[in-house]
Design a protein around this ligand. Structure first.
Ligand code: ADP
Ligand code: MG
Length: 403
């Protein structure tokens, strides 16, 4: 049973196998690319591009690894394999660094140190950890607490925050008595001293709702710093792209169908995510075939993040319990099943998509439009809601059937 959130990997290092494989795949031949073991994938896409007055050939290079307890893929456009590899390594190094700082399960991580000292003393932390906590509080303010990075204690009750314990429905009393530990206003940030203090004993920070988007931002920065002019970073459903591909198109991404007909939706945290890699390749995500996707769009120097009730969940007595908790009730947010947000920054898309999931379709669309962000929401009746600014920019493949 899946239990951990995106920042909670401890085994990823073991599972990572570096296997830098050169694979020539013609542009019409995506469907013949091989499905490799889920531990690692690297494709090199060879496309030719004659730039005006310049004979340089730009190719797409891609590598996947398991980090943050999920599948990460980095694709860069580069004239040389060596430069591409250097940039890809730099991108993954950023993600790995954040994983180490934010790993909930590691006794060494900064998040664990902060949680352990809750109600007792402030903890001095790395600037990077301080930065992401500030961003989490920013999102909490923007969503009026629908996104709250102090959901950790309630996540733990549900078993979503443990790699070992079974997930189960906690007693109502337990949820009620733990709810008081969710309050982002009790995160005290001392920027000059680079310290964080959680005011109540038992409070727990959980950055699973924002960490992957933030990590995508940092990875893209590292890739840009290597001089790369176009790249796509995908950390499960948190994707950020910039620049143009060798075919002069923007990066095309698919939005996952939360209820594909006949099959359960694939969780990006499970090995199934890889099934079908390259076979029915749509957009630049791995592991998603046509029936898994209900919409496509182009990312123009932006990030997209999808929060879904299929990503981590369990079924008890026929009822689905998933990993996005309404901080007001302590129960999984019931109104919608999928939210995708497109924003200039990954952390914003990630945090807001989790917050909008809690707010529901009407309030969610209003919030997105007031912030000038684009979004797609699927409610529990499979009705699709789009922000006005997205109309005409998205290709909806099919209606989602009720039932
Ligand atoms: P995923 O991590 O599966 O990509 P999300 O970005 O939507 O999905 O984040 C869900 C994660 O966010 C949960 O696993 C948990 O760590 C955390 N979380 C759950 N509910 C909330 C909430 N209301 N506010 C902030 N974080 C939350
Ligand atoms: Mg999120």
């Amino acid at each position: 049973m899946k239990t951990s959130s995106g920042v909670r990997s401890q085994k990823s290092e073991d599972r990572k196998i570096r296997n830098w494989e050169d694979k020539k795949i013609g542009i019409l031949n995506f469907s013949t690319s091989q499905l490799l073991n889920f531990t690692l994938l690297l494709f090199t896409f060879h496309f030719s591009l004659s730039l005006m007055g310049c004979a340089k050939k730009y190719n797409m290079y891609r590598e996947s690894r398991i980090l943050m307890d999920t599948f990460c893929a980095i694709t860069v456009v580069s004239p040389s394999k060596e430069e591409a590899k250097d940039a890809i390594d730099a991108g993954f190094a950023e993600i790995k660094k954040l994983e180490n700082l934010l790993n909930y399960f590691s006794s060494e991580s900064e998040i664990t140190a902060i949680n352990r000292a809750a109600g007792e003393n402030p903890v001095r932390i790395n600037r990077e950890t301080l930065e992401i906590i500030k961003k989490a509080v920013e999102i909490a303010n923007l969503t009026n607490g629908a996104f709250d990075p102090t959901v950790g204690s309630v996540m733990r009750l549900w078993g979503f925050s443990s790699q070992d314990s079974e997930q189960s429905v906690p007693s109502e009393d337990k949820i009620k008595s733990t709810l008081r530990l969710i309050d982002y206003k009790k995160i005290k940030i001392n920027t000059s001293a680079s310290e964080i203090f959680l005011e109540e004993k038992g409070m727990e920070l959980d950055l699973g709702g924002i960490a992957k988007g933030y990590a995508a931002d940092r990875a893209i920065d590292a890739i840009k710093a290597k001089g790369i002019k176009a790249a796509l970073v995908a950390i499960a459903g948190d994707i950020k792209g910039f620049g143009l591909k060798p075919d002069m198109q923007h990066w095309k991404v698919g939005v996952q169908n939360p209820r594909p007909e006949g099959n359960p939706p694939k969780s990006p945290h499970s090995p199934l995510w890889k099934r079908g890699v390259g076979e029915d390749f749509k957009g630049e995500q791995e592991g998603l075939s046509e029936e898994d996707i209900f919409a496509t769009l182009y990312l123009k120097d932006k990030a997209i993040s999808t929060s879904g009730d299929y990503q981590r969940f369990f079924i008890k007595d026929g009822k689905r319990y998933h990993h996005i908790i309404d901080p007001k009730t302590g129960y999984p947010a019931p109104e919608v099943i999928s939210v995708s947000v497109i924003a200039p920054e990954g952390y914003l898309a990630d945090g807001i998509s989790t917050g909008v999931f809690v707010l529901g379709a009407d309030k969610g669309i209003r919030l997105l439009e007031s912030m000038g962000l684009e979004g797609i929401i699927v409610d529990a009746n499979k009705k699709i809601f789009l922000t006005k600014n997205l109309k005409g920019k998205i290709n909806l493949k099919k209606e989602l059937r009720n039932g």
